[in-house]
Design a protein around this ligand. Structure first.
Ligand SMILES: [Fe+2]
Length: 295
């Protein structure tokens, strides 16, 4: 299976306007209304990187994974079918809203909905941030990364590596309480240090966090200024991660999960420059976590 990037996130929302404000005024994405009351949040030449659809709950609806070609897309579907995974074909409306040529979906062993695509459709209009963010680091490394809850940890990890073709980057094992040692395993499908992580922790919103990257520290600092100005609750303070070296903070989205916003994420030459390792803490410094706001 040849997924080569985390291309987009589909978010379900009971209040699209909260996402419009959060996406444009806090994160700095360009917003555009889409059909059926949906919302595109644009970060680069693509039409969108976050698609917000109206729904009965707040959370991640699906992670969108891209393949390089129709051949790779069909090969991906074949791998999943061979592994006994139920494939859900898309409708023309699904493909139209997502701006892709081909699309199917499936659910991973921990119950997380995934979409696989080929042939993104775009007018390649340049990204212009409404609050002056220089640009987001995307391109062939995708929109960033996504961390998904995985309570069937072993089975789900094996599925993503053996069936979906991801490779392990590193493992974080944290003692959250005397009885509970959580595992977070990070995986890659391109030079970004991780595009996917599986976290052994329940998460009703269907997502632990998504990450978006900017090129420099000043854009991270300016985002923190906007968050302070608009009194948006932080999920974690500024810090530097051990595994991908990223300097980032986390902010609560209107979707009940966090968005990591950072710079300096590691780009890895997997053939020549990597050994899979295990860490016992996630950050060199910072990243003090706060509880989600009461809704
Ligand atoms: Fe992250």
């Amino acid at each position: 299976m040849s997924i080569n990037q985390f291309a987009y996130a589909v978010v379900e929302s009971t209040d699209i306007e909260k996402w419009r404000f959060f996406g444009s005024q806090i994160i700095g994405l360009a917003e555009e209304s889409a059909e059926d009351g949906a919302l595109y949040l644009k970060a680069d030449g693509r039409r969108y990187r976050i698609l917000v659809v109206p729904g009965a709950r707040d959370g991640l609806y699906a992670a969108g994974w891209e393949t390089a070609s129709e051949e790779q897309y069909l090969a991906s579907r074949e791998s999943l079918v061979r592994a006994g995974v139920e494939i859900v074909e898309s409708t023309p409306l699904d493909r139209h809203l997502r701006c892709v040529t081909g699309l199917f979906s499936f659910v991973d062993p921990s119950g997380n909905r995934q979409e696989v695509t080929w042939g993104p459709i775009s007018d390649f209009a340049p990204f212009v941030s409404p609050v002056g963010v220089e640009r987001f680091v995307t391109g062939p490394m995708g929109m960033g990364h996504v961390v998904l809850p995985s309570m069937k940890f072993e089975e789900t990890k094996q599925f993503w590596t053996d069936v979906c073709g991801f490779q392990l980057s590193d493992m974080l094992h944290v003692q959250l309480s005397p009885e509970y040692r959580a595992r977070i395993h990070f995986m890659h499908c391109n030079p970004r240090q991780h595009s996917l992580a599986l976290a052994e922790m329940p998460q009703p919103s269907g997502c632990v966090h998504i990450m978006m990257e900017v090129p420099g520290l000043d854009d991270v600092g300016r985002a923190l200024d906007r968050i302070a100005r608009h009194k948006v609750p932080l999920a974690a303070t500024l810090g530097r991660h051990v595994n991908d070296d990223m300097v980032s903070f986390y902010v609560w989205t209107p979707g009940g999960f966090a968005l990591e916003f950072g710079c300096g994420g590691m780009v890895v030459d997997w053939e020549n420059d990597h050994t899979v390792f295990e860490t016992t803490r996630g950050s060199h410094w910072g990243h003090q976590w706060a509880a989600p706001p009461a809704s």
